[in-house]
Ligand binder design. Structure first.
Ligand code: OGA
Ligand code: MN
Length: 274
């Protein structure tokens, strides 16, 4: 348990995440609380704010205190709140949104720093989200591998078959991107702009190939990294409560929503921050 001036935090696991209870986010938070939240975020990488049955407007106001809110290119938002995307799995559906380890929309030239997900409706059990700390994943690699990957650039794509298919079944495609492939090139090892630490930035949902390697060469190294980066030593898991709101840092964390609650509905409200 770590104490900040405005709240205390219970770690989610050894590797990643912290749970904050008793903060009132219905009102704008003052600068001291905001600073504590930001410091806690950079230390824990994933923050869980429990007991936040916020209105969409309140969720959006909180997100705006954290940074500039951006829209998700692949789905439409709520009618009155285009910045809030409902992430829904219905009882008859079999696929879930984002159902593979990933960092959000890494196929954009400027992927979102943070994602803020609020649990509106949950299955009676299951539907946990797992998180993995990409600083730890990078640090644990051998110097030899670090030397190789430090120089590599990876192509990230929105159209890797498993993910694209799952998404097109799950979301109403908005007018902005539709089914067209989006790709971006990013360093495999990224330096976090605030903490200055190095994080591994490939993920099985979107990373396709290294720019300076063939597909087959890339595939071998990518698969090794994909397997390595979700070692349980780097992960933590959150069992959702209704009204819990989770903020994760896409620059140094991956997440994986478990798809283990067929027959039940799960509804989350999602906002991304530039
Ligand atoms: C997302 C996502 C995780 C979840 O919203 O980006 O991957 O637990 N969702 O629904
Ligand atoms: Mn996601």
């Amino acid at each position: 348990m770590l104490n900040y001036c405005s709240f205390s935090i219970e770690p989610l696991s050894h590797a990643v995440g912290g749970v904050i209870r008793g903060l009132d986010l219905t009102q704008e938070v003052d600068s001291r609380v905001l600073r504590d939240i930001q410091n806690a975020w950079f230390r824990y990488l994933v923050l869980v704010f429990e007991g936040q049955e916020l209105t969409p407007g309140q969720q959006l106001n909180f997100a705006r205190q954290l940074g500039r809110v951006v829209q998700y290119p692949m789905a439409q938002g709520l009618p009155n709140y285009p910045e809030i995307v409902p992430v829904v799995k219905l009882p008859h559906e079999r696929r879930n949104f984002g159902g593979v380890w990933h960092s959000d929309t890494t196929y954009l030239p400027h992927p979102p720093s943070g994602t803020l997900l609020l649990a509106r409706e949950l299955p009676p059990s299951g539907g946990d989200t797992q998180f993995a700390n990409m600083y730890l994943a990078y640090d644990a690699l051998s110097d030899q591998t670090k030397q190789v990957i430090n120089k590599l650039i990876v192509i990230q794509s929105s159209a890797k078959p498993r993910v694209a298919k799952g998404r097109s079944e799950k979301v109403q495609i908005g007018a902005r991107a539709g089914d067209t492939e989006l790709t971006a090139e990013h360093p495999v090892v990224r330096v976090h702009p605030i903490t200055g630490k190095r994080a591994l930035y490939v993920n099985p949902a979107h990373s396709v190939r290294f720019t300076t390697m063939t597909s087959i060469e890339s595939e071998q190294l990518l698969n090794t990294l994909f397997e390595h980066q979700i070692n349980p030593a780097f992960t933590g898991s959150y069992r959702w409560k209704k009204g819990a709101m989770v903020l994760w840092d896409n620059r140094c964390v991956q997440h994986y929503p478990l798809n283990d609650y067929h027959g039940y509905k799960r509804v989350m409200h999602r906002i991304t921050i530039a």
